[in-house]
Design a protein. Structure first.
Length: 236
């Protein structure tokens, strides 16, 4: 499936802005562009059929974008690009803490919005047919899910990106900076505490004892390392 065949959901309480963003994507060849005018409507659309990416405004009456994202992340790892009229760093970090994949301040250039969405879709498109076996769990890269003790836990887009980065370097130390850059881009300074939160959530899904991890190991002062089982239980 090409990017233009994927479903985009635009969430904003301003009808004029919704239609402007819809037009940007339809002119670029995207044929599946949905809109929602409130947080409740957005959650209903995602429940009915998960889109491939959500473009979510922060400042909405009633349920703001952060709360929509928090509720969405309880059951979905759909990539989310947040839009805001404000440019404060605190808003950006709050969005990332809640599970956002990227953040774009208004006003923005149509081309920049397209590029951001295309980049997210490329980063979060799963590698086909890959199942990674760990000490206490298996991670399904195709469906962004962790299987442990008979339970399936969906991975957020950030968690999937982090796991992929660690898996690509299995057995080697991946620095905190490299992991931050993998999920946040080149401007990642200040993201370290958020990274630790993502790692903790990931461990809760894949480790038998998250407080004593054996798969994602902390290398003090440097970063993290993914340790795979012996060859007998190596990932396939």
């Amino acid at each position: 499936m090409s990017d233009t065949d994927k479903t985009i959901l635009i969430v904003d309480d301003e009808a004029e802005l919704r239609e402007m963003v819809r037009a940007i994507f339809t002119r670029a060849g995207y044929s599946r562009v949905l809109t929602a005018g409130s947080g409740a409507d957005a959650l209903a659309v995602c429940t009915a059929g998960q889109p491939d990416i959500v473009i979510l405004d922060v400042m909405m009456p009633g349920m703001d974008g952060f709360e929509v994202l928090r509720q969405l992340r309880q059951s979905s790892s759909v990539p989310v690009l947040m839009l805001t009229a404000r440019g404060e760093a605190e808003d950006k970090f709050t969005g990332f803490e809640c599970g956002a994949d990227d953040y774009l301040a208004k006003p923005f250039l149509p081309r920049e919005l397209l590029f951001r969405v295309q980049a997210i879709l490329r980063r979060t498109s799963p590698a086909a047919g890959r199942m990674v076996r760990l000490a206490a769990a298996e991670v399904d890269l195709e469906n962004a899910a962790a299987h442990r003790d008979g339970q399936v836990s969906p991975l957020t887009a950030k968690e999937l990106q982090l796991f992929r980065k660690l898996y690509e370097n299995a057995g080697r130390i991946v620095t905190t900076g490299a992991l931050c850059e993998a999920v946040c881009g080149p401007v990642w300074q200040g993201y370290e505490s958020t990274l630790a939160t993502h790692i903790r959530h990931l461990r809760e899904k894949i480790e038998a004892n998250p407080s004593r991890p054996v798969s994602i190991v902390t290398v003090k002062g440097l970063g993290y390392r993914l340790d795979l089982p012996s060859p007998k239980g190596a990932p396939r």
